[in-house]
Design a protein. Structure first.
Length: 421
């Protein structure tokens, strides 16, 4: 294990690591295909995960469903992901990524098609839960396949590009779901999600190849337990700190993605089409922001330093957004919603890359599964919890209170990066 902090007594190892990072290592041609398919796969799954959040205006304003209950329904697929992320990661560690991604997407499609044909909120919630359990496969395995195919010196950029998948999927949902649901009914966006995941299941089954992996214990062939890779959680708190701060930083992200649309409509009196366009722009800008932040971490040779900057920015943007909303500055509030949404997703690629680099190829699936599980536990609580908070104190005060979560994350950022190799 090499600690890159400039103060390690293993000076030559640190120097060697920095030299490696400064060298532009060659990227296998196949890596770009894996990256493209990984992005498309998770984006398709994200469409289903995001669909119920964009049904909230219809359910709440036109069908009279209380906001807290609508938020609970929107959290169903996210809660489903929590149940299976670690399991999907363990399967990917043992059997590789291709089967996990393709099989998971196929099951997601089945759940989405079934949900499109059902009536009643309880049955819909159950099928959305099952869809989330299946869609977790792409979260657990698509990042792992990207890290496996790209060299360390380019992983920040690659994972930043890969992190476009979630905002792109959310953008598709923000543009398509409100209009489809309003004109055709709830079944239409669910049918769209099922179609997209079915197509990507087939594409990934054909196009994804598991990355080359070093043999277990290759770095220390004299070890008697070379076939049993060391647990990266033993004796070090780096992974635990990244998990915990990521859990805190996900609260603003899901607050804005879940309630941003309905706030624009009910709080700032935007029409549904214009509000959906604002959310789509926020997701697109957020996707670009993830790439830039990942590239920046490659340039400064540190994931955690940039992660600290992101946490500080998260506090600032949520407070400014709250102030703009309280003053009813509609245009400024919409702009700040875009900015705050961009900042709120900027940490994801950094934390995922840090987890994968610190845990190594034999543990990265499980570690990324644990990472996603913590984030989605927090995300599952955002729907009903922040929904109830908004009902009690309103949007501006709620946004200001949400700023406390990135504030709490700042002291948790580790002092230096950590690498398994």
């Amino acid at each position: 294990m090499v600690l890159i902090d400039g103060t390690s007594t293993q000076g030559r190892a640190v120097t060697a690591t920095k030299s490696t990072l400064s060298t532009r290592e060659p990227i296998p041609t196949a890596a770009w295909r894996m990256l493209a398919l990984g992005i498309a796969a998770q984006a398709a799954g994200t469409v289903l995960i995001s669909t119920p959040a964009y049904l909230i205006p219809l359910l709440h304003l036109h069908r009279g469903l209380p906001l807290a209950q609508a938020g609970l329904l929107s959290a169903a697929p996210t809660f489903g992901m929590v149940l299976t992320l670690v399991a999907w990661g363990a399967v990917a560690d043992r059997h590789g990524e291709r089967g996990v991604i393709a099989g998971g997407l196929a099951l997601t499609a089945v759940s989405a098609f079934a949900a499109s044909a059902i009536t009643g909120y309880v049955g819909l919630g159950v099928l959305l839960l099952l869809g989330g359990m299946a869609a977790a496969s792409t979260n657990a395995a698509s990042g792992r396949v990207v890290v496996g195919w790209f060299p360390r010196s380019r992983r920040g950029l690659a994972m930043g590009i890969r992190q476009m998948s979630q905002p792109l999927g959310v953008a598709v949902a923000a543009l398509a779901v409100p209009s489809l649901a309003e004109h055709l009914g709830i079944w239409a966006p669910l049918l769209l999600a099922g179609t997209l995941t079915a197509i990507l299941a087939a594409a990934c089954a054909v196009g994804i190849s598991n990355p080359p992996r070093p043999a277990a214990g290759a770095a220390n062939p004299s070890s008697a337990e070379q076939d049993r890779p060391a647990n990266p959680y033993n004796g070090n708190r780096f992974l635990a700190r990244i998990h915990l701060l990521s859990l805190l930083l996900v609260v603003p992200q899901f607050t804005l993605s879940t309630f941003g649309l309905v706030w624009l409509i009910t709080g700032l009196h935007w029409n549904a089409t214009a509000a959906g366009a604002v959310i789509a722009v926020a997701q697109f800008v957020g996707a670009i922001g993830r790439i830039l932040v990942g590239h920046l971490s490659d340039r400064v040779r540190s994931r955690v330093r940039v992660l600290r900057w992101v946490a500080i920015s998260g506090v600032t943007t949520m407070l400014v957004l709250a102030a703009a909303g309280a003053l009813h500055w509609s245009v400024i509030a919409a702009v700040m919603l875009i900015v705050a949404s961009t900042v709120s997703v900027a940490d994801n690629g950094l934390s995922y890359t840090s987890i994968a680099e610190a845990s190594g190829p034999s543990w990265s699936g499980k570690a990324l599964g644990i990472q996603n599980t913590g984030q989605f536990i927090a995300a599952s609580a955002v729907g009903p919890g922040i929904g109830a908070l908004i009902a009690a104190v309103g949007y501006p005060v709620s946004f200001a209170l949400v700023a406390l979560t990135p504030l709490a994350a700042i002291p948790l950022v580790p002092a230096a990066d950590r690498h398994w190799d």
